[in-house]
Design a protein around this ligand. Sequence first.
Ligand code: MN
Length: 169
Amino acid sequence: MKGVCGMINLRKPFFIIQKHKASHLHYDFRLYVNGVLKSWALPKGPTLNPNLKRLAISTEDHLLSYANFEGIIPHHHYGGGIVLMWDQGPYKNITFKNGQNISMKEALQEGHILFQLKGQKLKGNFILQRLQEEKWLLIKKQDEYASQADILNEFPASVISHKTIEDFE
Ligand code: MN
């Protein structure tokens, strides 16, 4: 695969969102947990609007080596297409159960994860809530970063190369 690399600090938990134009344009949300990238596909992308719950379909864990990938992927690999690093940054797990902080592993098993993102585009608190099997919802919590802005259209480009999907076509 051809691609460029961004800078990711592996000593801290981090998230990435890759904008992926395959047969359909979607966004792949990935959280680094215990050495792998836990992954969800967001058919409608992320939002900062707490009133818009976004479907998040859990997909296969991705290898850490994919975390800084951007570029054109072959058809036989992860659905093919064009991938942009739409956002990245540290995250913090702030999930509670019975008044206690629980690990990401436990939160994933519970199907309820509360976390804080410090990306360039996505900031503040979010919830991933499992509905059934692979179906989850990604929901922005009401906080100082909540916004009704159309972030997908206002900020279409990569945060590492500043390229757009069209630049690869
Ligand atoms: Mn994808």
